[in-house]
Design a protein around this ligand. Structure first.
Ligand code: AMP
Length: 140
C-alpha cells in the first residue's frame, strides 16, 4: 500500500495549518464539518494518528476512534433533530477514498431525503459555521 503522506489536507488541518469548522476533539481524535456536505450536518471524525485508512490502522487507534464516532453521531442526530445517521468510511481510490488520512463520515439523515452526491457542492462558510454550532451545542 502507498505510504502515508504527512502533507495530506487532513494532516494539515490536524496541525492547524488549514482552517476547519471544529466540532469535537479528544486526546486521540478530532472532528470537523465536511466542506462539501452530502447533507446538512455532514461531518468527519479523524484519528490523530498518521494512518491512511482502515487497512493500515492499528487496533488501538480503531478502539479509541469508535467511541468518538458514536459521540459525534449522537450529537449530529440531536443537533439536527434528524431521523437517523449514516456512517461511511472509504479505503483507497477503488474504495472511493479521496483524502488519504483515515476519516469517518457522519451524516444526519431525514426520512425520505436522499444523500447528496459526494464532494460536489462547496458549502458557504457561514452555513458550515451555523451547522457546526448546532452539533457542538448537542454534545451531552
Ligand atoms: P473521502 O476521502 O472520499 O472519504 O472523502 C473526503 C471528504 O473530505 C469529502 O467528503 C470532501 O468533501 C471532504 N473534504 C475535502 N477537503 C476538505 C476540507 N479542507 N475540509 C473539510 N472537508 C474536506
Amino acid at each position: 500500500m502507498t505510504a502515508y503522506d504527512p502533507d495530506n489536507i487532513f494532516a494539515k488541518i490536524l496541525r492547524g495549518e488549514l482552517p476547519c469548522e471544529k466540532i469535537y476533539e479528544d486526546e486521540d481524535n478530532f472532528a470537523f464539518m465536511d466542506i462539501m456536505p452530502r447533507g446538512p450536518g455532514h461531518c468527519l471524525v479523524v484519528p490523530r494518528a498518521p494512518i491512511r485508512n482502515i487497512l493500515d490502522a492499528g487496533d488501538e487507534v480503531l478502539a479509541r476512534l469508535c467511541p468518538a464516532i458514536a459521540r459525534v453521531a449522537r450529537a449530529a442526530k440531536k443537533g439536527f433533530d434528524a431521523d437517523g445517521v449514516t456512517i461511511q468510511q472509504f479505503n483507497e481510490p477503488a474504495g472511493g477514498q479521496v483524502v488519504f488520512h483515515m476519516h469517518v463520515h457522519v451524516i444526519p439523515r431525514f426520512d425520505g431525503v436522499s444523500l447528496g452526491p459526494p464532494a460536489s457542492n462547496m458549502e458557504k462558510p457561514e452555513i458550515l459555521a451555523e451547522n457546526a454550532e448546532k452539533i457542538r451545542k448537542a454534545f451531552g
